[in-house]
Design a protein around this ligand. Structure first.
Ligand code: AMP
Length: 611
């Protein structure tokens, strides 16, 4: 953590500072503290940073500060590998520029309607965030002009390389005016990325947040893989299902401390927040109440909880992932005090998977995957806890007044002790119902949607089998997983586009992944014949997806997909080009989540125009 630096020390203009404060950011993350001054000074930058480290603000804040608000042509271009990231980055720019009245940002990605994009482009935007394919299209059509560009950002450069966009990236870079500022961010630095940096960056400052190795003993560490919108539900389950004396929940912003504390309070927890807005007296009072068991749960930011030493804290929940391993070690060190045992749980989204591995690596300890307590577990815990309270009450309280009432009611109501007890129990548990197993549906691990490359209307630039990531530099990946065959019910489909139409396996994967909403790792082997091709897909594809795929065009050919009967047909005499999309090949893609179970039904197609 950057101990002393605050956002106000970073020389950011007032409107940007105000936006950051309103978002509840307390302090710059390490990558922000390192990158912002350099980018503000107009330098080129090569940053090694993963999702979750705060890299978006690291480039967005200083580049916004250098923007000319009076000029309505593109001044900043951000290239991102996926449409999801492009949208996310565009939203971040919008949030940071909310007090810049004339500001416009435009995301441009494949699969989106051209007419809408052209209309937005005509209106003018200072910042464009796009996927390489669609940006190339607009440059080719002359609908995007980069003459006034002041800065270009390559976000997740290694992902763009891995997805085969690097030629497009190079071409786009060449189309930008000389003298523009370049910022390049990449989680890993394979040699191809370094080569691009060398070619296009001018005297670049390189920043990397070193992860110091430090071990933490006596603390059991686990993680849960989930989407951001599942976190609150997961938190309440963890708090109900885990045993602890007191717990501290770490979030990133001041506003989140308040929001979550309020929600937990409404659910009956004795909770308080701890953030940088609180004065020393308030802070000390909260800690005193925690020590005295008047509060059991604290929701805190890193800065506010620094140095907190309360023996009762036996559970640390990392609701938002920490920026780096050092922050992680600080956080989990709030438990396991005075030689006690402690537990730490980390919430991780599929995109943050790499950061999880970095933390594991730096702490030299495995963080084990856990599943959230089920409805049955929560029900059992509530019942046990009720029974315990009941036993204590029977033992400790003088109940004679109530016994007399029961005797009286038994007679008057002509009922039994068992019925009376059941009715009273029913009334007593209303605030925290006991019969709840079915009210806690399973929280499913998110699958890999949201991490597909943009392949909308331009083919991916790689062929199966010669993916750039395979050529050496494969850092932080660990051993290759064993080769996995497609499981479940996969069958061969025939599509009416073949080698004579110039189709490549990448085109087919891209079209099917986008149109049928099937993660590309669950698209099986593809064989290209002269006039048609075959592709292995889940056999339980819903009819509407199948019907939709019939109408999709690839290389100007309607796919007209059908179940492959394997009939010889004249073309079968050709030797097909085979693209063995092996299990291992699919399984080792980074940061894609786990994907739907093989054989799981693909989701409904999303509607999009063009293909
Ligand atoms: P990124 O690594 O850019 O994807 O950012 C991850 C998340 O951290 C986003 O939700 C940001 O809003 C949040 N974030 C970035 N910088 C800060 C900061 N200095 N303080 C609090 N939250 C931040």
């Amino acid at each position: 953590m950057s101990e002393s630096l605050t956002f106000s020390q970073l020389d950011l203009p007032e409107p940007i500072l105000r936006a950051v404060t309103e978002l509840g950011y307390e302090t710059p993350s390490p990558i922000q503290a390192a990158a912002i001054p350099k980018l503000l000074a107009g330098e080129d930058l090569l940053g090694q940073a993963q999702t979750g480290t705060g890299k978006t603000a690291a480039f967005a804040l200083p580049l916004l500060a250098r923007l000319d608000p009076a000029q309505n042509e593109p001044q900043i271009l951000v290239l991102a590998p996926t449409r999801e990231l492009a949208i996310q980055v565009a939203e971040a720019f919008q949030a940071y520029a909310r007090f810049m009245p004339t500001f416009h940002v435009l995301p441009l990605y494949g699969g989106q309607n051209y007419t809408t994009q052209l209309r937005s482009l005509k209106r003018g935007s200072q910042v464009i965030v796009g996927t390489p394919g669609r940006i190339m299209d607009h440059l080719d059509r002359g609908t995007l002009v980069l003459d006034k560009l002041r800065a270009i950002v390559l976000d997740e450069a290694d992902e763009m390389l891995r997805m085969g966009f690097i030629d497009d990236v190079q071409t786009i870079m060449d189309a930008t005016p000389p003298g523009r500022q370049v910022a390049m961010f990449s989680a890993t630095m394979p040699s191809q990325i370094r080569a691009i940096a060398q070619k296009h960056l001018n005297n670049a400052q390189e920043i990397k947040i070193e992860s110091k190795t430090s071990t933490v003993e006596r603390i059991t560490q686990r993680y849960v893989m989930l989407d951001g919108n599942q976190k609150l539900d997961a938190l309440t389950r963890v708090l109900e299902g885990e045993e602890y004396d007191a717990s501290i929940i770490f979030v990133r912003t001041k506003s989140a401390t308040e929001e979550i504390a309020e929600k937990l309070g409404a659910r009956g927890y004795a909770v308080a927040c701890l953030n940088g807005d609180m004065n020393q007296a308030n802070r000390e009072q909260t800690i005193r109440r925690l020590k005295a068991s008047q509060i059991d749960v604290i929701v805190a930011t890193d800065v506010a909880a620094r140095g907190l030493d309360v023996e009762r804290i036996s559970l640390v929940i990392n609701y938002d992932i920490p920026y780096d391993s050092e922050a992680y070690v600080h956080r989990i060190g709030r438990t396991g005090r005075a030689g006690r045992e402690g537990k730490a749980i980390l919430f991780v989204s599929p995109r943050e998977r790499r950061l999880l591995r970095t933390i594991e690596h730096a702490t030299r300890q495995p963080i084990e995957k856990m599943s959230l307590p089920t409805g049955e577990v929560i029900e059992q815990r509530r019942i046990e806890s009720f029974r315990e309270t009941l036993a204590n009450t029977i033992e400790a309280k003088n109940l004679s007044f109530f016994q007399d009432l029961i005797n009286d009611w038994r007679e008057k109501l002509e009922t039994t002790d068992a019925d009376l007890a059941a009715a009273l129990l029913f009334m007593a548990q209303k605030d925290q119902p006991l019969n709840v197993a079915s009210q806690f549906p399973e929280i499913r691990e998110p699958h890999a949607r949201g991490e597909r490359p943009e392949r909308g209307d331009r083919p991916a630039r790689f062929e199966r089998g010669d993916r750039p990531e395979r050529s050496g530099d494969r850092p932080e990946r660990g051993p290759r997983p064993p080769r996995r065959e497609l499981q479940g019910n996969y069958i061969n489909y025939r599509i009416e586009v073949g080698k004579e139409h110039g189709v490549r396996a990448g085109d087919i994967v891209g079209a099917i992944a986008n149109e049928a909403n099937i993660d590309s790792q669950f698209i099986g082997n593809i064989k290209l014949f002269d006039h048609f091709s075959t592709v292995e897909l889940p056999g339980d594809m819903p009819t509407e997806v199948f019907q939709h795929l019939k109408k999709v065009y690839v290389r100007k050919q309607k796919l007209n997909i059908s179940v492959d009967t394997g009939g010889p047909g004249p073309e079968r005499a050709d030797r097909p080009e085979r693209y063995q999309r092996s299990g291992a090949d699919r399984a080792d893609r980074p940061e894609r989540g786990t994907g739907p179970r093989p054989g799981a039904a693909p989701k409904k197609p999303r509607t999009r125009e063009g293909s």
